[in-house]
Design a binder for this molecule. Structure first.
Ligand SMILES: [Zn+2]
Length: 338
């Protein structure tokens, strides 16, 4: 088969008329001015993929480039001799497209569900503690503007809790590097939050709901578990990775800062992940044993919260359908120890 074509000499932009002869044994002859300019095996030529109606480009090792129309006969010859590229192969195999799509979706899911959370946790654990404290303080400032009011607890009550927490800290085998308790009033009901850098917020309703000191301490110890494992920091980093990635894809760099700022507050609106809750619980079980010799007050605390939440259904607690499981596990920890 001989095809009329346009050829470009090495390092020259002037075009010359040429003919390309394609032999059945895969050899390609380049004819210029009725003379064979060169004859090589097609394996030594870089041949562009013949996608759609685009012309096919032959680039010889010495720099000659030949461009020809992709006619059916050429397509047939290429099919027999060319090392077919993945694009051509995929074009011919629609099911491969589908498999590729599934593979891409799967990789996306693995990245979303495992790679980014894992990376965020690693980053969170390598950040120096002195960086986390101001981050937590700034998150608290934002929350104060949005959700919190000054506490209505008496000074005496606050002092009593602070002194008690100071007393139990030396009893823990897994101490947190820094801890600052904040008391706040809020419409959010009976809840507590662990912010980056060891800032723990106790809402008034939670303090008054607890029956006794040990129940309140179990809540504080659970929050200390979040601090110990840097859950909020990991979550902020994880969201930030997504925020930056999305703003880069969207192409608006100026929104990165806004997204980062909004991330912490956004996070606050969602409860911690299930895994984080269980990890903080495990920390608290151990600490409760060290301080009180039993996890039972923690199980009772969950029961009180559960009863309270089914009465008033605050968003935070209604998102914890596994409360019964947490109560069961706390009691199982005690049973195992006896
Ligand atoms: Zn928690």
């Amino acid at each position: 088969m001989r095809i009329s074509s346009t050829a470009f000499a090495p390092h020259q932009s002037t075009r010359v008329n040429a003919e390309l002869e394609l032999l059945d044994n895969g050899v390609v002859r380049l004819w210029i001015a009725d003379k064979v300019q060169q004859q090589v095996s097609c394996k030594e030529i870089a041949i562009s993929s013949s996608v759609g109606q685009l012309p096919t480009r032959f680039q010889f090792a010495d720099g000659w480039v030949v461009v020809v129309e992709t006619e059916p006969a050429l397509r047939h010859w290429l099919k027999q001799h060319q090392n077919r590229s993945i694009v051509v192969w995929l074009e011919a195999h629609k099911s491969a497209w589908f498999a590729s799509l599934l593979l891409i979706l799967f990789c996306g899911w693995v990245t979303y569900a495992f790679v980014i959370p894992w990376s965020a946790e690693k980053i969170a654990n390598t950040l120096p503690q002195r960086w986390l404290e101001p981050i937590g303080a700034s998150v608290l400032t934002q929350l104060d503007d949005t959700y919190f009011e000054p506490t209505r607890l008496t000074q005496a009550k606050q002092q009593q809790i602070l002194q008690r927490v100071a007393a139990i800290l030396p009893m823990l085998s897994q101490p947190v590097p820094s801890l600052t308790l904040h008391f706040r009033h809020s419409e959010l009901g009976a809840n507590a939050f662990a912010l980056p850098g060891g800032h723990i917020v106790l809402l008034d309703d939670l303090v008054t709901l607890m029956n006794n000191r040990a129940q309140l301490e179990s809540v504080i110890l659970h929050e200390m578990g979040h601090v110990y494992h840097r859950h909020m920091t990991s979550a902020v980093i994880e969201r930030s990775i997504w925020a930056v990635a999305i703003s880069l894809i969207v192409g608006d760099g100026s929104t990165v800062a806004d997204l980062l700022t909004g991330t912490a507050v956004l996070l606050f609106q969602n409860s911690q992940s299930r895994e984080a809750e269980y990890e903080a619980d495990r920390y608290a079980w151990r600490a409760m044993h060290e301080v009180h010799g039993s996890v039972e007050p923690m199980a009772q605390m969950f029961e009180r919260l559960h009863r309270h939440s089914t009465m008033e259904l605050p968003v935070w607690l209604s998102s914890h359908p596994d409360m019964n499981e947490r109560i069961r596990l706390a009691r199982a920890f005690d049973a195992k120890d006896q």
